[in-house]
Design a binder for this molecule. Sequence first.
Ligand code: 3PG
Ligand code: MG
Length: 396
Amino acid sequence: MRTSLDELEVGGRRVLLRADLNVPMHGGQVSDATRIERLLPTVKHLTERGAHVVVTSHFGRPKGQVVPGMSLAAVVPALSSALGQPVAFAEDCVGEAAAAVVGGLADGQVALLENLRFHAGEEQNDPEFAARLAELGDCYVNDAFSCAHRAHASTEALARLLPAAVGLGMAAELRALGGALDTPERPLAAVIGGAKVSTKLEVLNNLVARVDVLIIGGGMANTFLYARGVDVGRSLCEHELAETARDVETRAAAAGCTIVLPDDVVVAAELAAGVAHQTVSTAEVPADAMILDIGPASARDLAARLSACRTLVWNGPLGAFETPPFDAGTNAVARAAAKLTAAGRLSSVAGGGDTLAALAQAGAAGDFSYLSTAGGAFLDWLAGKTLPGVAVLERQ
Ligand code: 3PG
Ligand code: MG
């Protein structure tokens, strides 16, 4: 059991809210405000009840040093305009500077504290640093699912020091993700793409035991094809992981999970926009060519398989989607999943920065049931790991 936001008495109290304001920036401006928008329901819940809202976050990886280019001051304008109210900024997240700003808040006002990672104690999950943060609040709310794979002072130790509740965004995310993997309507499919098997091995091993159909795409598929004896030419391939890939196939077979690899692929001499390319069967990849996407027959086959499923989890593109025309396979399958979802036939959850970019590029993002902005936390969840920032919120 976790304490919900409704159960927390917040009126007139200082609420330390752990957010994930680690947002993408371009030219000094927030270039994708999704994480800010996801935070709004929780902040509004708090301000409407007269809380003194103290928002905390990390921003980039300054590694315990003050790095001016990683100041959260840059995010204040976007946060304040999204909220429609001013946001005070404290130039440190602990100590006198923070205490002065927090002490100046009236009921319903909001402050943002400077980057937590300017202090080494944050990433060390240092209890003394957590105690300094705790001095600034009467209670604690975590609305940063995308940071929950980190056992850091603001996501772990701090939750032990104050009455703690889960934010509305994080609660929705846990519901969506739990519904997809823990209590799914079956058949359940997973699409796992991306460059390397090595970065997603734990994910693959967890998924083969849980899903009915595991669709593997991207560079990862080359390693699996190679392990099945296919000549993948000059494709990205982790040859040394062939045995590991065979091991995943064995586990899948034992668990009754069907692993689906492409039958046809799009190949070219190099990865470049508009380069000469051809579609070939996986049995006929030229020795000097690289596989850069799944082929149209594979895309149609995947769409047909998804139409027989009720639930889908997706992480990673099926091809080199940033470089047209090698986005075609990802686009086609993403659109098929979006269409099935819009028709009420599929419940679809996707996560990860690259994945969300690929779905957006395909024009498919809007129809997915749930999109997680979490990268590392989404992968750890797919791998079946305990997320420290979630576990600590369980009531003892
Ligand atoms: C993210 O963007 O994935 C989260 O904010 C976590 O950031 P981190 O990988 O630097 O811990
Ligand atoms: Mg990350």
